[in-house]
Design a protein around this ligand. Sequence first.
Ligand code: IPM
Ligand code: MG
Length: 373
Amino acid sequence: MNSYKILALIGDGIAYEIVPEAVKVLTAVEKKHGLDLELVGPYEFGAKYYADHDMKQGWSPEITRELLYEVDCWFKGPVGLPEYLGKLPGPYLPINQRLDQDLYANIRPCRLREGVDGVLKGRTAGDIDFIVLRENTEHMYVRVGGLFSRAGTTELAVDNYIQTRKGCERIIRRGYELALSGAYKGKRGSPRDGKPRLTVAAKWGIYKGDALFKAIAEELEPSYPEVETEYSWIDAWSYWAIMRPDHYDVVVMPNQYGDIMSDMSGALQGSMGLAGSINAGDDYCYAEPTHGSAPDIAGRGVSNPTSMILSVGMMLNWLGDKNGDKRLKDAWMSIDAAVNTVLREQKVRTPDLGGSNNTVEFGDAVVAALLSE
Ligand code: IPM
Ligand code: MG
């Protein structure tokens, strides 16, 4: 039987509350599906941890760069706090690892689940079920640029936006594969008409890189006749996603747009606390919630751990695909179903969902649902 080594990293703010809940669910799913998981950590690595330990650079002793490659998968809570912005290496871990481990597909599902009040009047569970597929290694995130200073004053800042053929091609292919498989969704296809659909969203009339993105999608389109392809300006898409969310299935977009639109999709799901995600390459993957460390509510134990729990579940699915291990794919399905049960029953709800339960009670409810299925 295959065994898997999984590394857990904490982060900042509510990461201290939601990561332990994901660990709890992982342990429960291991038991339920007879998996052999070796958990490494959870280790601290957030901005605050670096500041408290006066670490100017590098890693805490337990976390080596090699470890991130040795494990089968890893997951992290949100990282970064406003008071440490731009100062410490810890918070750059996600951006660096997306590049270093070539995690080019950032898969961020947006699903309105039963028991959750949608923010759009009349829209109910089943109407909203699409994936924001964010290219994760290029565009405004290449970190090629710099500051120009004269006589000690910073006068100019330059960021570069880069898009390559390889980068566009592989993420668009991933989009078609997701549309064909229906993975990470409640149901395959668009909720409105059931058709597998790939929406390519960018700003090709203005940015050359986005024009390349679209041109490559047009080249690939004939190879996927079962999927309906459509093209949307990204600004227009932000409008249409709210006006007719049920039309969308998989929406692929360059990196920076994916960052912004996946937060907007958090609102469409009813709470950012429900927005899971994985950063998936061909060889490596790590999971993290779409949201940040939420310093405004951190420390009160009221954060919703669903985003972290779903992220870890998606990570197991990725690992199952990579290793041809169906047990891991089943483990994801059970986690997804257990979350649905807890949300649908509405007995245990964190404040973001209108309830008064705490993070631990919500995590316990997911574990109980998981084990009783
Ligand atoms: C995200 C976050 C990150 C990003 C930050 C924390 C670097 O906003 O994963 O969406 O900008 O990609
Ligand atoms: Mg973001």
